[in-house]
Design a protein around this ligand. Structure first.
Ligand code: PFF
Length: 457
């Protein structure tokens, strides 16, 4: 797969159009929907934040996704080589790809730890100790886990071993088959949990929180966080979708795929929000609990459901699987790079990548125990990796990708690529994308970034 000895046309490709959709969706849907979206929405005031997030998804996330898929398919290479191939000589656009490889490592460092908590919760659920509607019980279960350095590390290693093994199997077999089958089951279960949650006494307050905007709650920082979430959610701004686009077929409708992925992804996030926020208010949790929100509230919803413990085991298994789809796409960025740049075998590239993540990841894993007091810019390593990747690295990557494809690559090539050389009659859509990428996306990202980081006031 993807070795540079082969001519580019022989790169592995996704076998079917459904496979493409499933794999791309498999990268987008993950802990971002079930863990991060609820915790950020809860910490930033609810519905108004949701609205800003959706606007960022439309004006920034989807256009950048289309750009990345297009560039990757045009070059059929990893993120760095793609930018090298497509940019004019001696211009350093490959730095976007390099920043992406860095972002992939830093995201994996904390993401694998959240996945670790999910794995641990599968076993806690099987043992039966966390099923409770009492906030004190669920809090002490969560704090017991994250405060224990050995457990934090071991579960992270288990997660990384699983991810490493799947990535060794290669593109088609590993990614396509796993995601295609399991996504619908997760969706069904989320709907079930959502129904239970909105029928809890006092649930209405949670729905108001999620759907009735109060714009006084928005700050410059929350705009930045909403934009960061839009990048993180759609896996864009760091070359993941360049790498995935490199496996796309020539007849794949890229804008159509991007829309379908983005809206399905939004649906999963909203379902997670509907499952969580009514329960937050019904049981007396705080919506701004932060990264622990999912792990505190979900056990309480299951505790108020017949057969709750069995459903909770299934819920965490499916969440773990969703997280693995996303992690595979993250790890794929450095793996594809190492393979092609240094002519390493897939096996070697995967092992080097996973071992490096084990090292950096331990900083995040120990952030609630051994390293809890070590802070940079007032944040633990976990928070620092989480904050800087979504809110700085990905927006910068997205900004330059948008500028590159519209200003440097140009309308002619973009239009040929998005219409599959005239095979699709989507000229209107192409013009809208071009205009957005040329002006709207770069201007918005710049303003939100500078304002959110308090560089302009
Ligand atoms: N989009 C994934 C999620 O929301 O869980 C996270 C992610 C995957 C971010 C891949 C970035 C990426 F390249």
């Amino acid at each position: 797969v993807g070795s540079s000895e082969k001519p580019p046309v022989n790169r592995a490709k996704f076998a079917t159009n459904l496979g493409v959709l499933a794999a791309t969706l498999g990268s987008a849907v993950g802990l971002g929907n079930i863990w991060k979206f609820p915790y950020l929405t809860g910490s930033n005031g609810g519905a108004a934040f949701l609205l800003v997030y959706i606007i960022c998804m439309l004006l920034i996330g989807i256009p950048v996704m289309v750009s990345e898929l297009t560039l990757g398919r045009a070059a059929r290479s990893n993120a760095i080589a793609t930018m090298q191939k497509l940019s004019p000589a001696r211009q350093p656009w490959w730095l976007i790809g390099a920043a992406g490889v860095l972002a992939a490592f830093l995201i994996m460092a904390f993401y694998s730890e959240v996945a670790a908590w999910v794995f641990a919760y599968i076993f806690k659920a099987i043992q039966g100790g966390i099923l409770s509607t009492d906030p004190e019980v669920t809090k002490s279960a969560f704090n017991g886990l994250v405060g224990n350095p050995t457990q934090s590390l071991i579960w992270q290693w288990i997660d990384l071993a699983v991810v490493g093994f799947i990535i060794l199997l290669g593109v088609n077999k590993g990614i396509e088959s796993a995601t295609k089958k399991l996504m619908p089951i997760l969706l069904g279960l989320l709907i079930l949990v959502g129904i239970r949650s909105i029928t809890l006494p006092g649930a209405g307050q949670g729905l108001t929180f999620l759907f009735q905007p109060d714009f006084t709650k928005l700050t410059a920082a929350s705009f930045l966080i909403a934009m960061g979430l839009a990048f993180f959610k759609l896996s864009v701004g760091m070359g993941t979708m360049i790498t995935y686009g490199s496996y796309f077929r020539d007849d794949q409708d890229i804008p159509g795929t991007a829309f379908r992925v983005a809206f399905s992804d939004l649906a999963v996030s909203l379902l997670a929000g509907i499952a969580i926020f009514p329960a937050v208010f019904a049981f007396g949790y705080q919506p701004n609990a932060g990264p622990s929100l999912l792990f505190l509230t979900i056990p309480s919803v299951f505790a108020s459901m017949p057969l709750g413990n069995i459903f909770m085991v299934i819920f965490f298994i499916l969440t773990a699987i969703a997280s693995i789809g996303a992690q595979i796409s993250l790890v794929e960025v450095p793996v594809a790079f190492l393979e092609e740049k240094f002519h390493l075998s897939r096996q070697k590239a995967s092992i080097i990548t996973v071992l490096s993540i084990v090292l950096v990841g331990s900083l995040a894993a120990l952030s609630n125990s051994t390293l809890a007091d070590v802070k940079l810019f007032g944040m633990t390593f976990f928070d620092l990796f989480d904050y800087t990747t979504s809110n700085i690295l990905l927006p910068l990557g997205g900004l330059f990708i948008a500028i590159f494809i519209s200003w440097i690559w140009g309308y002619k090539k973009l239009s040929a690529a998005l219409s599959n050389n005239g095979q699709l009659s989507n000229q209107g859509i192409i013009k809208v994308f071009y205009g957005t990428l040329l002006v709207v996306t770069p201007v918005l990202v710049t303003i939100v970034l500078l304002n959110g980081l308090k560089i302009i006031q």
